[in-house]
Write a protein that binds this ligand. Sequence first.
Ligand SMILES: [Zn+2]
Length: 809
Amino acid sequence: MRPLFSLFLTFGAATSLAAQTNAERMSNDRYTRSHDYDLVHQRIELSNFNWDSTSFDGKVATTLVARRAGLDSVVLDAGAKLVLKSATLRTARHGDTLVVYLARPAAFGDTVRFALSYHGVVESGRGLTYIDTEGRPHRPRQIWSQGEDNNNHFWFPTYDFPNDKMTWDVVATVPRGMTAVSNGRLISDVVAKDGSSTFTWRQDKPSATYLVSLIVAPLVKIHDTWRAVPVDYYVYREDSALARPLYKITPDMIDTYSRLTGIDYPWAKYAQTTVADFFGGMENVSATTLVDWLPGLRNYQDRPWYPWILIPHELSHQWFGDYVTTENWANMWLNEGFAEFMPGQYWGQKLGSHAEQDYLLDEYDQFMQIDQDRRMPVAALGSNNIYPKGALVLEMLKHSLGDQRFWASVHRYLVDHAFDNATTDDLRQAVLDATGENLDWFWDQWLYQAGYPEFAVTAKYDSSAATLTLVVRQSQQDSSKADSTGLRYTTPAAFRMPVTVRVGTAAGDVTARAQLSRRQDTIVVRDVKHAPTMVIFDDGNAILKQLTFDQPTAWLATQLERDPDLWNRHWVIAQLGQRPADTAAAVAVAKAATGADYFLTRVGAAKALAAFPASGALPALQVALKDTSAQVRAAAVEALGDLGGAQAAALARQAWTGDSSDAVRAAAVVAVAQTDSVGRGRVIVQALRTPSYRDAVQNSAYRAIARAGDTTMIDSVDAHVGEHRFAPHVLAALASRGSARALGLLVKHLSDERAYVRRWAVESFAFTLRRDLAQPTLQAARAGLKFADTRQAVDELLQEWQKEGKKSP
Ligand SMILES: [Zn+2]
């Protein structure tokens, strides 16, 4: 699964899962569910889909094997809204479970078969999502399923937990003009006289039940292959031209992952299918579901998230998650950490080590933000950092083992748990089996405990002894609070890791390798016969860390020019950025902004130039504005906005009118808004009318309006309320700042004829408006609301706030 961590998702519910102590960290096993049968096969037949009642008819034939003597009943997960019509055995209902009584007790190892037919109603969004066009463009009527974590039992009775794998058939009869896409091989596609089609799909290799998938939509198939394996892209007809340029990279990714893991792509086919209103992507086995945001050719210069992260992330789950599956959700990082790690490996293979570091730098930034909110271990139920820290820990493991031993370990892990489940310790065992190294200490500090080392380093050169002495202190605090049951997560007082120090001198580099293991360690680098020109602590950035290391500007400038590692360079740029009065620092950053050999370093340096005097920064930014990389140009424009002044404003206006990239133009809108109080309005109005991928340019205009609290723009914003989800949010932001008119318009949109506009309006009350402001307004407006769905949504919101209000003191 890969959600886009967007504005909307950051408002998402905090996980309220049980806490885990470090003392009990080896017992993640306790989160695995017990059951007394082994699911073997299910044939799932669905028909008569009805969008108005969000219902369908279902028939499920189940084959399982008894795993205890005298098994007299089978307990399945089955949503309470699945109403049984008939069954071959006696059944009983208890909420979301269904008990099937066997005709006679089964012996251990006996095969048991039964069939159930039912009428299913779903609460759209739970298991199945029914989508109607609502008169919106690019949004055909469709249905998609979403199983993970445990929602598949809302549309078919099954064992809804990852620790039982089965094979299955999905047979779906769908209306004329629609296609059904599911897992495995397409067995048949039969058209009836009434124009409906019945698609039969067979997943003939076992996988977990949360990966059973069904998509019903009017789709065209674009066919590709990897070796003899079909690789298909299912998209809306209007997206046909966008699909191949976007997805054509897939066979090469399959090839690369097969080579790196030593396991050929294990499934009968690979389908990627786009659907509306999806949160990102879901790795349903051999049939990935993806959001329908296909970028066009012009957008590739902005390196969209979709091909850079989403496609390779979901694909890698076909090995990590689908082939080997976490045994329970407390080890979910085994799915998500690997899936977040693998795209970086792919880009590293294709574009070189800078691309791999570039990818991981983003993971690093994400992790630091998450860790600041709440510190949790990776291997914990409900862990908030399984994606970025999972990827970063695997990179450290690769660094510490070396490529060959790392991939041999991964291969061993995949072979030992093929078509089966695994826990965090199984991966440690695989490393041990493949390399002979017991990395229990690595697992303990990086997976079962939380945090990372915060190094404070000082260096002292002794010319007579020809030594450089580094004192390395670990200053991280183990300060997480215990929860109400007295359990808490710990942060190691001292992380244990080998580290390399590189000292540059006029006569060449001297390196030293040392083992860090204490709260304070001393590293003596010998044979430093000439004064250091730079000192790199953790050469190659092998350790996930924060670093404080005060150094002369000359050392930092040398490192910025010479160090190939991107994290190290960004750290240096941050140090230099804190020296705005230092001309040598400005020169070094300007040089990197215009001349560094990888665009991300130029991006970081261009942004940092905003901190320096315009005399040093502007000439470099002017060069950066002509960079071949759109990201560098966008960073330069952003810096111009912060720098201010007439010349910066003129350059920002030029970027607005002349640049080919949406991202650069989006940055230019903000920069013009910051620097040009006269020309600002005109540019914002133009921007609101400028179509762009994912509304990047328009959203930028909305941000500029919201940030400035510009009430003269209310009518311009209101004109776009039916098109852009951000527009009502901006009205809400302006209302928050006291605009009665914005608040009035927002209330009016609660009765808009279009259901989605009403939803967006409710959403903007919930997310953007202060509760004390919104609550009385909504209470007053409630009686006059035209549509029942909105009254209900408003009621729910008010109730939620009341509940929250009672909880907080
Ligand atoms: Zn994922």
